[in-house]
Design a protein around this ligand. Structure first.
Ligand SMILES: O=C(O)CCC(=O)C(=O)O
Length: 266
């Protein structure tokens, strides 16, 4: 399994060897694992913030604003504020360069939240993040239309669970029953990005702690995830009135699809 060490990037990340390698891996294999992107203490602090601010998401029950995505596993919204509003997470220069290369320069942050695998969560069903575009014959030929970017707040491993991925499956017309997945260890500070078409599944959390996987969905500007926000009470992005005021033009471009008026949420 290929991993890309993202330490020591100097100059424009968009021109770095790491982004070139990650893009190549994403196109060929449907995923990329990026090591040493974030300081470990920052991610540990986010895990603490998650437990303090989002304690209600540690219960085994779907709430109005969450979605059940497997036994003891939920998709939850995370507000673009506090530590989670840090642009180095949703607008990380390296990741944005990769996203713009893989999708388009106008790519957007379509959703931001976490997938929380509670202690005792079981193996998730194998799935793609949404149905393919057009048809099973056409979809494998297309470039990516959306990417899931995951930042583990607790190391992803055999004990806590990880995201098992089927390399190259973004190019499959149908699921290959003979294929075996790869189960990456993704330490604190590392992250993973995969093509929406890639077959994958969350693996069981055998530890006594919840495993939050902070995620951002990046997409071509015209795309909206049609399956993970089926309830009117769910929100793809949540932010306070001051969020847009503080954004640089380049970061604001990532939200060009939404109404920046104070109370707006999408
Ligand atoms: O829990 C994980 O690691 C992955 C979850 C996932 O793939 C999903 O809910 O779409």
């Amino acid at each position: 399994m290929m991993r890309i060490d993202c330490r020591n990037i100097s100059g424009d990340p968009g021109k770095s060897e790491q982004v070139r390698l990650a893009h190549d891996c994403l196109v060929k294999n449907g995923y990329a694992i990026l090591d040493h992107v974030f300081p470990e203490d920052k991610i540990r602090a986010l895990n603490c913030e998650f437990h303090e601010q989002y304690a209600k998401y540690r219960q085994d029950r779907e709430l109005d604003d969450t979605l059940w995505v497997g036994e003891r596993r939920f998709l939850v919204p995370i507000d673009l504020s506090g530590g989670f509003g840090d642009p180095s997470l949703y607008a990380n220069p390296l990741v944005v360069a990769l996203v713009r290369e893989a999708l388009e320069p106008d790519a957007i942050v379509e959703a931001y939240g976490a997938i929380v695998s509670l202690s005792g969560s079981t193996e998730q069903d194998i799935h793609r993040d949404s149905p393919v575009l057009f048809s099973n014959d056409i979809a494998p030929l297309l470039p990516a239309h959306a990417l899931t970017f995951g930042i583990p707040l607790l190391e992803m491993n055999e004990l806590h669970g990880t995201t098992a991925i089927f390399p190259k499956s973004h190019r499959w017309k149908v699921f290959d029953q003979q294929a075996s997945p790869q189960c990456p260890v993704v330490p604190i500070g590392s992250c993973v990005i995969w093509d929406f078409r890639l077959f994958h599944r969350g693996t069981p959390n055998r530890s006594d702690m919840p495993r939050p996987l902070l995620y951002a969905t990046y997409a071509r500007r015209w795309y909206q995830d049609p399956v993970n926000f089926v309830k009117a009470t769910q929100r793809r992005l949540t932010f306070g009135p001051a969020f847009f005021e503080g954004l640089t033009d380049d970061r604001r471009k990532l939200f060009s699809h939404i109404d920046p008026s104070p109370a707006a949420e999408s």
